[in-house]
Design a protein around this ligand. Sequence first.
Ligand SMILES: Cc1cc2nc3c(=O)[nH]c(=O)nc-3n(C[C@H](O)[C@H](O)[C@H](O)COP(=O)(O)O)c2cc1C
Length: 369
Amino acid sequence: MTANTSDVSSAPSLFSPVSLGKIELANRIVMAPMTRVRAGSSGIPGDLMVGYYRQRASVGLIIAEGTYPNHASQAYVGEPGIATDEQAAGWQRVFEAVHAEGGRIVLQIMHAGRGTHPDINGGRRILAPSAIAIDNKTFTEKGEQPYPVPEAMTTADIRAAVEDFVAAARRAIEAGADGVEIHGANGYLLQEFLSPAANQRTDEYGGSPHNRARFVVEVVTAIAQAVGAERVGLRISPEVDLGDVFETDRDDVLATYGTLLDQLRPLGLAYLSVLHPEPGGDLVQELRRRFDGKLIVNNSFASQTTREEALEQIEAGHADAVVVGRALIANPDLVERWQGGHPENEPRPELFYGQGAEGYTDYPFHEAA
Ligand SMILES: Cc1cc2nc3c(=O)[nH]c(=O)nc-3n(C[C@H](O)[C@H](O)[C@H](O)COP(=O)(O)O)c2cc1C
């Protein structure tokens, strides 16, 4: 039990407002960042993406999908970027559309690390803490191919990556985002540094939990200094083994994420987002204490988040807001449906990653359902 669960009777409801740093949410349903690969080869959000996010503006906060800070870090064909002014201008249209509907939106900045391929990132260098490949395949322009062995980053590469993260965050805020979320989850570059399996470095960025946390501390601190901590969130997914991070030792996980959050706590970030199968369990609630700020949670991929689970997370005091993914793909007006207990559309997973409006902006609203 935590201090936060001591008085359930006064617990807020899923439909009550909350502030995450400078960002004021009308309700506690947060749209999960979800890659939908509809930005074409330019990586510039167009009308289709503007319409998709506008449809979903009634959530308390939209976390827009994983977006690459530089071209080398693109993880998927069709993924949007925030590496250029043209891409930022596309995002500006998305942010304006969401704001015009009274919504709030932050942009997730995602560096693929070793989770990409030359036929995705235009033949650029593939960088990771160590020269160890993911033992799996990825979808490229030329079909499915094995992940390549990445280059171990030099200190200069690390400095350049931090600078690119900062430049991307600045571009997002200048384009009108309410904030940025740094993607430290799901096996991409930041979690690769945290992972004792993916990070085999012998310099100050590898080895001990403190050293493995160093790169993430540097990225988050630099972005917070550049755009203001109260506009910056961080997503982590301890123990969720995507991309061969193999965080299987609970003591090491606690030591690594514990030192990370001890170092981030003084910054006063807008929020910490944790993806974990047990948001109310010991690990997540211990990390919440170490962070000592607003916590938003998602109970991972095994099954789609339901209305009952979301209500329970808030009523039990496990988190300040709930991050909801697939139900929001299928129900643009999910807040209204969950508030009224109305039936829901079922998602069509075969269209999650695709190219057009089908399975993207054509899910009916409740009135029309
Ligand atoms: C199509 C799809 C794309 C996703 N892309 C991202 C992403 O870009 N960044 C991220 O942090 N998580 C991503 N996720 C994970 C979701 O944010 C969320 O954690 C997951 O869907 C589980 O929540 P749910 O059960 O409510 O769907 C993605 C999930 C799906 C289904």
